[in-house]
Design a protein around this ligand. Structure first.
Ligand SMILES: Cc1cc2nc3c(=O)[nH]c(=O)nc-3n(C[C@H](O)[C@H](O)[C@H](O)COP(=O)(O)OP(=O)(O)OC[C@H]3O[C@@H](n4cnc5c(N)ncnc54)[C@H](O)[C@@H]3O)c2cc1C
Length: 461
């Protein structure tokens, strides 16, 4: 690779020392492959020098997945950003991993198609990063998360070898190696091209805004809608602090005095959609909604979504720092876990806001603070520990979409037995026996039977 595609100036390396999460690491070198051969060459070079490597898309990840540890080589995939092939009949596209999520949908819009997983970061994050984290998004409730939409990937393994995982055929036989790879956060190699499903645009769409005088009533409505047999395309919830903030920021028409709002979208054929709107309105009113507004025109719908999608921009008005959690609880436990989140925030004297994919029980408690305040990080992390414990106590899981990375790595032993962790470590070793691909992520030290049981805190930083 030439000089342009490899950088090692100390100031530039600082740019790649973390993703959008809180963990900081240290890169030794950064490179920018432009082809699968460049990528394989970079990985082989790293192998020769016994240096580990980490894939990086746009670095919008929140779990430290792209944060370099052990002086890794950072392999930035954003120059591999071509849409290689679109098959509108088979509804499949082959793309390079650096294609931005929203750019893929924009490029097939004229065909009446879109790429369904829509993380709130979709203007900035890459398809490769989405595959790495098995990303979700508001419209993954009915459409399914990234794994449902990835058919195959050409992957460069930890030793530089190129393999194809998965395929376009409908019922592949054998082990689902593609399924293992999606969500592996770069620990099983780096995707160099990806075949994704394209989804037809729905004929009709309605977006509803229901507002409530209590968070409990909104959370109970979420379960009520699903219990009615309706799986909306999206079912998002925002509590009072974030709703007010967003409304003042973008003027989306959200009520300033609501304790919580639900943003609900239904799609399908016109008759079916209108029947679902009626049923959802009834369920919401039965659970105490004050009003249910229905947006039909594209302009009105976009305004409601603008509010939801501006949530993270709006918080910058309150304080310079935030810590966004990502946990999943059974929908039926939403009310009690949310209560516990507010209690934990009060115990640690922290401002918390909640904006999340309520339909799939994916909570995102968001702490907003000024990181320069003495002792604040300790309180934020203590609150995080409490939230993780509350989620596990309720039968939940550690992450719905951001992944484990460094952030949740040391919680894995709370959720999995030693035997489970050992099995996962052996699966990872099958893809990367030398352990060069994104080391120290996902699995805590001591996961393999016979290893020491726990690494000292903070060894990666
Ligand atoms: C404001 C905001 C909103 C967000 N909303 C959502 C949301 O709604 N849903 C959601 O799921 N996430 C969300 N995220 C988190 C983040 O955007 C996603 O995790 C996204 O998938 C990361 O993509 P990226 O290109 O930035 O990847 P990076 O952060 O660069 O990398 C993420 C992980 O993928 C690995 N990786 C990157 N490229 C490849 C590759 N080619 N092959 C294999 N592994 C690879 C990396 O090593 C790392 O482990 C949000 C983040 C922000 C800042």
């Amino acid at each position: 690779m030439g000089r342009v595609r490899v950088r090692a100036e100390p100031l530039e390396l600082i740019l790649y020392q973390s993703d959008a999460g809180t963990a900081r690491g240290q890169a030794s070198v950064v490179c920018f492959p432009e082809s699968i051969d460049d990528l394989s060459f970079a990985i082989r070079a790293a192998n020769r020098h016994r240096v580990s490597f980490v894939a990086r898309g746009s670095g919008t990840g929140l779990a430290g997945g792209a944060t370099p540890v052990a002086n890794s080589l950072v392999i930035v995939m954003t120059r591999m950003n071509r849409i290689l092939e679109v098959d509108p009949v088979g509804r499949v596209a082959w793309v390079e991993p650096g294609v931005l999520n929203l750019d893929l949908t924009r490029s097939v819009r004229h065909l009446g198609l879109h790429y369904a997983p829509d993380p709130s970061s979709q203007q900035a994050c890459t398809i490769g990063g989405n595959v790495g984290t098995n990303a979700g998004g508001p419209h993954c409730l009915s459409a399914g998360v990234t794994s449902t939409h990835v058919l195959a990937a050409d992957v460069v393994l930890g030793n530089g070898e190129i393999v194809r995982l998965g395929g376009l055929e409908p019922d592949a036989v054998g082990y689902d190696l593609r399924g293992c790879f999606v969500g592996s956060e770069g620990t099983m190699g780096i995707a160099a091209s990806i075949a994704v499903r394209l989804t037809p645009d729905p004929p009709e769409t309605r977006t509803l805004l229901a507002d409530f005088t209590s968070v409990d009533a909104a959370a109970e409505t979420v379960s009520g809608i699903i219990a009615e047999g309706i799986v909306p395309a999206a079912l998002e919830m925002m509590d009072a602090p974030i709703t007010r903030l967003v409304e003042e920021f973008v003027g989306a028409g959200y009520p300033l005095d609501a304790e919580a709002v639900l943003l609900i979208e239904v799609t399908g054929l016109i008759g079916g959609v209108d029947a679902e709107v009626d049923a959802i309105r009834r369920v919401a009113l039965e659970h105490g909604a004050r009003q249910v507004k229905v947006a039909i025109t594209e302009q009105d719908r976009m305004l409601l979504w603008k509010g939801r999608k501006s949530a993270f921009g709006a918080i910058a008005k309150v304080a310079p720092d935030y810590y966004l959690h990502d946990i999943v609880v059974p929908r039926t436990r939403l009310v009690e876990v949310l209560k516990r989140v507010y209690e934990i925030a009060a115990e640690q004297d922290l401002l918390v806001m909640n904006v999340f994919h309520a339909g799939d029980g994916n909570l995102h408690p968001l702490f907003v603070f000024d990181g320069s305040e003495p002792g604040i990080w300790e309180r934020v992390y203590a609150a995080g520990d409490g939230i993780v414990q509350a989620c596990l106590d309720a039968g939940g899981v550690l992450s719905g979409e951001h992944g484990i990375g460094l952030e949740k790595r040391d919680y894995m032993s709370l959720a999995y037995s030693a035997d489970d962790l050992d099995a996962q470590a052996r699966l990872r070793d099958a893809f990367d026996p030398d352990g060069f691909a994104n080391p120290e992520k996902i699995l805590p030290a001591g996961s393999r039977c016979g290893e020491m049981k726990r690494a000292p805190e903070g060894t990666w930083i």
